[in-house]
Design a protein around this ligand. Structure first.
Ligand code: CAA
Length: 274
C-alpha cells in the first residue's frame, strides 16, 4: 500500500505559513516524516492530531514497522511548539499535555514496532517522541535533550517517566535538571540510542534495521514488547505474572504452534501474525 499523502496544516499561532506531516511507504515500513524545517520540526497540536490520524491508516495497512523521521537534516524535532504554550488557561495547557501523552503512549504500545531515526536535534517533545518509539537510531549528528528546565517548564509528553526507566534515575535526573544536550556517542553509551547509522541515507538504514525483526510474527513482537514494558512499571512478582500470561498466550497462538512445528520439522516457519 502506498499513501504518499502530505497533510498540510495551517495555524495562525505558529511561525511560518504552512507545515506538514507526511505518511509514506518504504519497503515494509510506514514512514511518518515531520517537515517543518523553519521551526526545526517543532510539533504543534494540529501536527499531533495528524500523527494520531495517520496511526489509524498505518494500523489498517499491511506495514510491518513504523518509522518516524525529521526532514531537513538539522532536527528530528525540537520539541513542542513553544509559541503555542503562551497565554493559555490551566485546563487548556493540561489538555495539550494529555494530547501529547496520549499520542506518544499510543505509539509506544502500537501494534507495530516503531523506530525513531534521529538526524540532528531531538529535544523536549522531540526527545519524548523518540523515547516512545521501540528503537532509536541516530546519525553522528544526533543530539538528545530535555531542555524544558531552561524555559522554567517540566517536560509533559512522557520525558520524566520514560527517560528514567530507560537510562536509570541518576542519569535521567542529570539530563532533566541541567537541560544539557547529549551527543550521539554518549547517547549510544548510556542506552538512549540503539545504533549509530550513516547520515548518507538514514531511512534506508532504518529499513535495513527493521529487516532484523520484521519477519517475526507481529503478534509475538507485540506480546514480548508488552511483557517488557509493562514489567518495568510493577514489582518483579507482578512482572513475572504478566510474563506467564503473555507467554501462555504466545504458546497457544497460531504462530506459536507454527513456530514449534516448524522447528521440529526442520523447516522455516510461516507466521500469519495471529
Ligand atoms: N518551538 C517553536 N519554534 C522553535 C522551536 C520550538 N520548540 N525550536 C526552534 N524553533 C524555531 C526558532 O524559534 C527559530 O525560528 P526563527 O528562525 O523564526 O527565529 C528556528 O526554529 C530556528 O531555531 P534557532 O534559530 O534557535 O536555531 P539554533 O541553531 O540557533 O538553535 C536549538 C537550535 C538549540 C534547537 C534551539 O532552537 C532551541 O533551543 N530550541 C528550543 C528547544 C526546546 O526548548 N525544546 C523544548 C520545547 S518545550 C517542550 O517540548 C515541552 C514538552 O515536554 C512537550
Amino acid at each position: 500500500m502506498i499513501w504518499g499523502y502530505p497533510v498540510h496544516i495551517n495555524s495562525m499561532r505558529t511561525k511560518g505559513s504552512s507545515m506538514a506531516i507526511e505518511l509514506t511507504r518504504l519497503g515494509e515500513c510506514a514512514v511518518i516524516t515531520i517537515q517543518r524545517k523553519e521551526a526545526l520540526n517543532a510539533l504543534n497540536y494540529g501536527m499531533l492530531r495528524s500523527i494520531n490520524q495517520m496511526l489509524d491508516d498505518v494500523q489498517a495497512s499491511d506495514a510491518r514497522c513504523l518509522i518516524f523521521y525529521g526532514a531537513g537534516g538539522k532536527a528530528f524535532c525540537a520539541g513542542a511548539d513553544i509559541s503555542e504554550l503562551l497565554d493559555r488557561t490551566v485546563p487548556e495547557e493540561y489538555a495539550g499535555t494529555r494530547l501529547g501523552q496520549s499520542v506518544f503512549s499510543r505509539i509506544e504500545s502500537f501494534m507495530l514496532p516503531s523506530i525513531a531515526v534521529v538526524d540532528g536535534y531531538a529535544l523536549g517533545g522531540g526527545c519524548e517522541l523518540a523515547l516512545a518509539c521501540t528503537f532509536r537510531l541516530g546519525t553522528a549528528n544526533a543530539r538528545f535533550g530535555l531542555p524544558e528546565v531552561k524555559l522554567g517548564l517540566v517536560p509533559g509528553y512522557g520525558g520524566t517517566q520514560r527517560l528514567p526507566r530507560l537510562i536509570g534515575v541518576g542519569a535521567a535526573l542529570e539530563m532533566l535538571m541541567t537541560g544539557r544536550f547529549v551527543a550521539a556517542e554518549e547517547a549510544l553509551r548510556i542506552g538512549l540510542l540503539h545504533k549509530l547509522i550513516d547520515a548518507d541515507d538514514p531511512l534506508q538504514h532504518a529499513v535495513a534495521f527493521a529487516r532484523t525483526f520484521n519477519h517475526h510474527s507481529l503478534l509475538t513482537l507485540r506480546l514480548v514488547r508488552d511483557a517488557a514494558l509493562r514489567g518495568t512499571a510493577v514489582p518483579l512478582h507482578e512482572g513475572l505474572s504478566i510474563e506467564a500470561d503473555l507467554s501462555t498466550v504466545s504458546m497457544r497462538s497460531e504462530d506459536g504452534q507454527e513456530g514449534i512445528q516448524a522447528f521440529l520439522a526442520k523447516r522455516t516457519p510461516q507466521f500469519r501474525d495471529r
